[in-house]
Design a protein around this ligand. Structure first.
Ligand code: URA
Ligand code: URA
Length: 236
């Protein structure tokens, strides 16, 4: 359930709180049945327990040969996502491009190779994270996803997030950030700080395809992913 660093953090916080209470003159802690029941409730996960939790295979099966929006007509492959089903970090992009549509795998083209290098620079591998997109099928000529396409497809992203339960979601670019945070604020305003999304931290950053066009912005993305590393205590 808990990762070690989380338990350490929790114990340290409890310790500090008790010391502080002692300094304030408190000589005991109220442990009535009612209080203990309340505290026990806190440790229950907000999402369903693993036994009843939906797994990724089921979500993929439910998508099936999806024809819920018009993008099915011209797609080669639906691109569901890949990686560790229990990843601590989930990367969410916009939608498949030509290479992804051809292979059925997320972020394998030029932008994808840059993302793979960013993940490596974080001290992680693609296999240790999970990578997917807001929409699962390629829009013709890489046009922006339409609002109805995002609306139709994003429940599947929601279910992927609920199944994976990542600690951090790294939202890549405008569409992922605006969809995940339900905002129309520009990526330049959203990036660089954690946003809370139902208890999961979201770090928006620039899309790797944008970095290919504006390499000077790589520094900003590196700053952003270092914040994820610090939060997860990943050192290199
Ligand atoms: N760009 C995206 O947003 N997603 C991919 O999977 C590939 C490129
Ligand atoms: N525009 C985008 O769509 N994404 C970025 O990351 C930056 C600008």
């Amino acid at each position: 359930m808990f990762e070690l660093d989380t338990i350490d953090d929790t114990l340290a916080a409890i310790h500090d709180t008790l010391v502080q209470l002692g300094q304030w003159g408190c000589r005991g802690v109220e442990c009535s049945e009612r209080s203990l029941a309340l505290v026990e409730g806190w440790s229950r996960p907000v999402v369903p327990a693993p036994a009843v939790q939906e797994d990724l295979a089921r979500i993929r099966a439910d998508l099936g040969d999806c024809r819920r929006c018009g993008l099915n007509a011209r797609r080669t492959h639906l691109v569901f996502g890949e990686g560790d089903p229990q990843a601590r970090v989930l990367f969410v992009g916009e939608g498949p491009g030509a290479d992804e549509d051809r292979t059925g795998r997320p972020f394998v083209g030029e932008a994808g190779q840059l993302l793979t290098r960013i993940i490596a620079a974080m001290g992680l591998t693609r296999e240790q994270v999970y990578i997917c997109n807001v929409i699962k099928c390629r829009p013709p000529a890489n046009r922006n996803p339409a609002p109805d396409e995002i609306q139709t497809c994003s429940p599947f992203l929601e279910r992927q997030i609920a199944a994976i339960q990542p600690r951090v979601i790294c939202a890549l670019g405008t569409f992922a950030a605006q969809t995940l945070l339900a905002t129309s604020a520009p990526i330049s305003q959203l990036r660089g700080r954690f946003h809370d999304r139902q208890g999961i931290k979201v770090m928006p950053t620039f899309h790797p395809a944008y970095l290919l066009r504006y390499p000077a912005q790589k520094r900003a993305v590196w700053d952003d992913v270092q914040k994820i590393m610090a939060f997860l205590r990943i050192s290199r």
